[in-house]
Design a protein around this ligand. Structure first.
Ligand SMILES: Cc1cc2nc3c(=O)[nH]c(=O)nc-3n(C[C@H](O)[C@H](O)[C@H](O)COP(=O)(O)O)c2cc1C
Length: 355
């Protein structure tokens, strides 16, 4: 596979990002996905990022040993349209979805808003989804090589499904992608589906464990950053006791202004860090955590790692820093590690608590 210089790829990426920024947020997003999915993109030479991976190896239990810790957060490729494209951007693991059992439109547009000055995004997409059957077919056709880039599926419930029947939607999702995903994420944290966050309770988790005994160690829970400390810590205990694999902290912060929806990006960083800290107090490093929320620089990644995350996921960084952000983040992370005298990234996991 031919390679190009990173500076050329970065310039091309910056130009493309600047053009996309002129369009409304969702239009730009969809166009970006189309470009990443197009055969043209797969023929573009990829920049050689491997020199940046040195000492960045990240082991994520049940997901794999990754060359570096930066993965794709859910919601970017909801319908699994461009996983090859995202893999070519250098992300070390991918999460597609949220996928709902039946196809649904989501909320009326506009429903995605950018705030460049704050490096923030607010969305109220409401789980627009092609539905689990179509996404399953796509994955089957791809015959995805999880050894090269592990891919997880993030699962949700349909809007029309009542809270009582929600367990069936999740069981259905877990059943549908059986054998096809490297890991599953139970999303009980998006703020734009009424009643979804109410499923973050012990009873629901225990039922899910009972119904999915054989794949518990492949299941992660994505939790919201808005719940109280007592509630989060009780959930973490239940997740540990039930033998699930881990948690993703966190989803978006629920806001009602300047738009109603979930807030991502820089303003989410401290809330999301607080969730990692609260969770760590309970499991003391025994429950794997993937961090999501507010990562825009390499320094932000290190903040997540020292708080106990074994890997991170990005969304807003791709929007604000362009498609080749992984290289930029790894360079910054390396500089930050050098400044702090950290040789191997894995040595930094949880060190925030050792003082
Ligand atoms: C437009 C948009 C759609 C999203 N959709 C989903 C989703 O379907 N499922 C999910 O678990 N998270 C979803 N998220 C949340 C992201 O996965 C991520 O947790 C959040 O944006 C915080 O990361 P960031 O600060 O790097 O953007 C979405 C975020 C955005 C901005």
């Amino acid at each position: 596979m031919p390679t190009v210089s990173r500076s050329f790829a970065t310039k091309l990426g910056s130009f493309g990002t600047a053009c996309l920024r002129l369009l409304p947020a969702e239009t730009a997003h969809n166009l970006g996905i189309k470009l990443l999915a197009s055969p043209m993109f797969s023929y573009l030479p990829r920049p050689n990022l491997s020199p940046l991976f040195e000492n960045m190896t990240s082991h994520v239990p049940g997901v794999g040993s990754l060359p570096h810790p930066i993965g794709l957060a859910a919601g970017f490729d909801k319908h699994c349209l461009a996983p090859h494209g995202f893999s070519r951007l250098g992300l070390s693991f991918l999460e597609v979805g949220t996928v709902t059992p039946r196809p649904q439109e989501g909320n009326p547009k506009p429903r995605m808003f950018r705030y460049p000055e704050q490096k923030a995004i607010i969305n109220r997409m409401g789980f627009n989804s092609h539905g689990s059957e179509r996404v399953r077919e796509r994955l089957q056709e791809l015959d995805w090589d999880h050894n090269q880039t592990p891919l997880g599926v993030n699962i949700g419930k349909n809007k029309s499904t009542t809270e009582l029947a929600a367990i069936e939607d999740f069981n259905h999702g877990l059943q549908t992608f059986r054998g096809m995903a490297k890991y599953y994420v139970v999303n009980i944290s998006s703020p734009n589906t009424a009643g979804l966050r109410d499923l973050a309770n012990d009873e629901f988790l225990k039922q899910l464990a009972k119904d999915n005994q054989d794949i518990r160690e492949k299941i992660w829970f994505k939790l919201d950053p808005d719940m109280s400390r007592v509630k989060l810590q009780s959930l973490i205990e239940t997740i540990c006791d039930a033998g699930f694999q881990g948690v993703i902290l966190s989803n978006t912060h629920k806001v009602s202004w300047p738009e109603a929806g979930g807030q991502s990006g820089h303003p989410l960083m401290s809330l999301s860090n607080r969730s990692l800290e609260w969770a760590y107090q309970v499991h003391q490093g025994q429950l794997p955590m993937i961090a999501s929320g507010g990562i825009l620089s390499g320094g932000d990644i290190l903040q997540k790692i020292v708080r106990g995350a074994c890997a991170v996921q990005i969304y807003s960084a791709l929007v604000y820093r362009g498609p080749w952000v992984v290289a930029k983040l790894l360079e910054e992370l390396k500089a930050e590690m050098d400044a702090q005298g950290i040789q191997f990234l894995s040595d930094a996991i949880g060190t925030h608590y050792q003082a």
